[in-house]
Design a protein around this ligand. Sequence first.
Ligand code: NAD
Ligand code: UDP
Length: 324
Amino acid sequence: MRVLITGAAGFLGSHLVDRFLVDGHQVIGMDNFITGSSDNIAHLRDNADFEFVQHDVTNDMSVAGPLDGVLHFASPASPVDYLELPIQTLKVGSLGTFKTLGLAKAKGARYLLASTSEVYGDALVHPQPETYWGNVNNVGPRGVYDEAKRFAEAMTMAYHRFHGVDTRIVRIFNTFGERMRPADGRVVSNFVVQALRGEPLTVYGDGSQTRSFCYVSDEVEGIYRLFESDRVDPTNIGNPDEFTVQELAELVLEEIGGRSTIDFLPLPQDDPKIRRPDITIARDVLGWEPNVPLREGLQRTIPFFRALVEKGAVARTLMDSDAR
Ligand code: NAD
Ligand code: UDP
């Protein structure tokens, strides 16, 4: 197969590129580096099966030659990023989805949308099955991401129903691992970098809110299987082991040691109180379930951040980072 992956210089996109290449496919990666980094694809520079195109996917795009798949992963994904880039986030979820669906239609390619557990918002059903319609504050600060993804799902289903495009929708739950931008503001990267520097861990609120963390290799395998399956309806891919943010902080401190304490800071507006995927469909239809527990995932991830901290290559904010 020859596939296009947007967001290829990001955290998940770059791991997905690797997964397709390992199976002998050809990959075109597309990215504008707004939250990604060329470091994430530097190892592919001499790979004849990989080609990179720097392009903003909200603009018209053309790709020469045949395509069997289009996987749309471009979008700011960390709350800190999408609060700082609200218009770009809305545009990449709407116009970017429109342009990439158009490309898939023109090429007769299968299409996969990277959607998110954020479509469930501050969930009132727990755990969250795919049939839950969600509880999103469309005019709150997180609405720029949540509504862009909800629109993207609606657009993807419309292209499937109206144009017959062969589509897939993955709802990704909190994923972590190597190649996350250390300053992207998500909780695992924040806590690990803070602990490695001996700084206080910043727990927002009282730390009782929950998330269910999936290690990147598990997540990418689930997405790959979904792409290869014939399931059109949205599918949750995530790890159902649920932790409070306080428990995560304690686990990180146990693994890294050192002298960090915990600081409690205000909870951001509309921060979901609970989140856990119901993965019955992924188990039954894809034969997939995660097999890397949180502690083991942290043990694999920490050396990546340790190397960056030791090199002094950790920007404090998005505005300082290479990506901007
Ligand atoms: P990331 O920020 O590391 O990667 C996103 C990539 O998209 C970056 O390289 C960025 O430069 C690129 N991009 C953004 N706007 C673009 C545009 N207009 N044109 C071209 N490239 C653009 O984030 P990630 O964690 O790798 O997330 C990837 C995808 O998975 C996103 O669509 C995100 O919504 C989804 N997702 C991720 C998670 C997670 O836990 N990591 C959870 C739910 C959904
Ligand atoms: N969080 C935290 N400290 C941080 C970063 C995040 O306590 O330094 C909390 C955040 O408020 C949320 C959870 O950790 O409740 C997960 O946040 P993240 O930004 O990783 O992703 P989200 O699931 O909110 O999109």
